[in-house]
Design a protein around this ligand. Structure first.
Ligand code: HEM
Length: 406
């Protein structure tokens, strides 16, 4: 096979760690836009000192995510900036934690789950999600104005939904919400993050053992009776689904509400036409792209990408927020325009690891936004916008709290 030769381009100093500091709550760091324009694949210095790549354009990010020559195996990745739960030299993924695996292991796990997350299966949950949403809005009304939208609405709804789906007692929420917070906090020490992960794993393993003895009508029990997976594997899947299932959607609901309150013309359009919500949710996903660190992929062989050669073993970080603001793919990408077609955005990733829970997240958001804005026609921020606490210190971006009044 012919050896791939790099094209000659002027050397540019590597970016030192993935930039995540923002000057606007809704816009990705400006430096990412500059990189996308000048050099959509740039050298990136990882915190462990290794040299890899940072991809900021839509076509290159999508190409990497679809390319089997780029691996998701955990032990090959490097964190693009310090993340508490990422070791400098990580070991292989724990059983069941399939987001850190390649085929055929990844396929074996994912195959057990896809039928439980189809559009049809998620539609069946719609009524239940609508009821859960209404109950939380009732509680928020009883609480009275002002209230913290994250505590009353954005966090509990996806938490309760994923608990019911998995069969995790919601009464244990303080435990798993706390562990998840510690795990995803960029300021946690490695020991703290690992402690939280081990504690989540033990908790869910105990639950799997109990359900083996006393099955119920839930996903964990179904996986047990399927017979293809052992308790360790099911516990690993449950950890992944529990973390991914509540933190992400919660932040889209919180940050999405903040964004709509700051774009009154867009909010008015949504209020005037609740059917717009399907489109609006895709646009909010694109515009806000809360997965702001990573994902990463490691090259399994030398690969030519955008005029550069990524050498075997080098790690590539895909900036999803930058890719989703690529003017080559989306017209006026800096505008929040609920009427545009934002389909094809990368907020849920792309390729074989594309978000398993995306249909569930969509239903939670469509139901959540419409119910919230119809229940509280005068919903407004209860603090100055500058005082909203942003999650630049977390692995998933969003708002820590959102004080609202009505
Ligand atoms: C708005 C909410 C959400 C966003 C923005 C989001 C985003 C993402 C992204 C970007 C990935 C791909 C990561 C990669 O390629 O390395 C992913 C994967 C994943 N997500 Fe989500 N997610 C959301 C909600 C959910 C929910 C509700 C669940 C669970 C019910 C979930 C479960 C998963 C799982 C299991 C994976 C790994 C899939 C695999 O490796 O095959 N996510 N998500």
């Amino acid at each position: 096979m012919a050896k791939i030769m790099p094209t000659t381009v002027a050397p540019m100093p590597p970016v030192d760690g993935l930039p995540i500091e923002r000057s606007d709550p809704f816009d990705p760091p400006a430096v990412l836009a500059a990189l996308r324009e000048e050099r959509p694949i740039s050298r990136l210095r990882y915190p462990d000192g290794s040299l890899g790549w940072l991809v900021t354009s839509y076509p290159l990010a999508r190409a990497v995510l679809a390319d089997p020559r780029f691996s998701r195996r955990r032990e090959l990745q490097r964190a693009p900036r310090r993340i508490a739960f990422e070791e400098e030299h990580p070991g292989p993924s724990e059983p069941g934690f399939f987001i850190g695996m390649d085929p055929p292991e990844h396929t074996r796990y994912r195959r057990q789950l896809t039928s439980h997350f189809t559009v049809r299966r998620m539609r069946e949950l719609e009524d239940r999600i609508a009821r859960i949403t209404a109950e939380h809005l009732d509680a928020m009304e009883r609480h009275g104005s002002p209230a913290d939208l994250v505590a009353e609405f954005a966090l509990p709804i996806p938490s309760l939904v994923i608990c019911e789906l998995l069969g995790v007692p919601y009464t244990d929420r303080e435990k798993f919400q706390h562990d998840t917070r510690v795990l995803l906090h960029l300021e946690s020490t490695f020991e703290e993050a690992m402690g939280a992960l081990v504690s989540l794993r033990q908790y869910l393993h105990g639950l799997v053992v109990r359900k083996r003895a006393e099955p119920a009508d839930d996903l964990i029990s179904t996986l047990i009776s399927g017979g293809a997976l052992d308790d360790e594997e099911i516990a690993g899947i449950a950890v992944l689904l529990l973390i991914a299932g509540h933190e992400t959607t919660a932040n889209m609901l919180g940050l999405g509400t903040f964004a709509l309150l700051r774009h009154p013309d867009q909010l008015a359009a949504l209020r005037a036409d609740p059917l717009l919500v399907e489109n609006a949710v895709e646009e909010l996903l694109r515009y806000l792209t809360i997965v702001h660190i990573g994902p990463t992929r490691a090259a399994l062989e030398d690969v030519e990408l955008g005029g550069e050669v990524v050498r075997a073993g080098e790690v590539v970080t895909l900036s999803l927020p930058a890719a989703n603001r690529d003017p080559e793919r989306f017209e006026d990408p800096e505008e929040l325009d609920l009427r545009r077609s934002a389909t094809g955005h990368l907020a849920f990733g792309h390729g074989i690891h594309q978000c398993l829970g995306q249909q569930l997240a969509r239903i939670e958001m469509r139901t959540g936004f419409n119910a919230l804005f119809s229940r509280f026609p005068n919903l407004r921020l209860a603090v100055e916008p500058e005082d909203v606490q942003l999650r630049t210190d977390m692995a998933i971006y969003g708002v820590h709290s959102l004080p609202v009044a009505w």
